[in-house]
Design a protein. Structure first.
Length: 195
């Protein structure tokens, strides 16, 4: 993350991302696939690390193998197989949704993960209960723990969608977007930007 100063002198937090060049590797239509979408790929990949099926798929678009392949709806008729999309697709002031995988934080207990308070006092027979979750469910009925019960477990490493983020700056010749606010994921990870 970094920050920019607006015209009235306000400091705006923002994130700089590389948005291209992306190659159209497949155009899906209702006649052939049952729905309309455009498949876009990004980031070069060595041929020796690519399966034979994917090599043929990328060869149809006359491009080298790519690491990330994503589908977008709504581009039907605007692009053709083998076209290259870059940051020029976006304009300053556009509102976009950003999808990414959040940072994995490992296994956490209920106090760190859900903000539980633990047992208040240390008297009356309490022993090693200060960070315990407490009671989990009912008695002989329903004799199980309900789904969604807040318990200890893995935190992070999930798909996150952040909506309505503003594009502050587009540097089309370098395929760079400057987006207001924080984006999900670690540095260097892949994200999906939707209009």
């Amino acid at each position: 993350m970094t920050s920019l100063f607006s015209a009235d002198g306000k400091n705006i937090p923002c994130t700089v991302i590389e948005a291209g060049p992306c190659v159209v590797t497949q155009v899906k239509t209702k006649e052939t696939d049952g729905y309309e979408a455009v498949q876009v790929s990004y980031d070069e990949k060595k041929e020796k690390h690519t399966s034979a099926g994917l090599k043929g798929h990328f060869a149809k678009a006359q491009t080298t193998p790519k690491r990330k392949v994503v589908e977008f709806a709504g581009f039907a008729g605007e692009v053709k197989l083998g076209d290259t999309l870059n940051a020029g697709v976006f304009a300053e002031g556009d509102l976009v949704d950003v999808i990414g995988t959040s940072k994995g934080k490992g296994f956490m207990g209920v106090i760190k993960r859900h903000g539980f308070g633990g047992v208040g006092g240390a008297t009356h027979g309490q022993h090693n209960r200060l960070r315990a979750p407490g009671s989990l469910g009912a008695s002989s009925f329903p004799a199980r723990v309900f789904k969604g019960m807040r318990m200890a477990g893995q935190q992070g490493n999930v798909r996150v969608k952040t909506q309505n983020l503003e594009i502050l700056k587009v540097i089309a010749d370098k395929n760079i977007l400057v987006i207001k606010g924080a984006l999900p994921g670690a540095k260097g990870s892949y994200i999906i930007v939707e209009k």
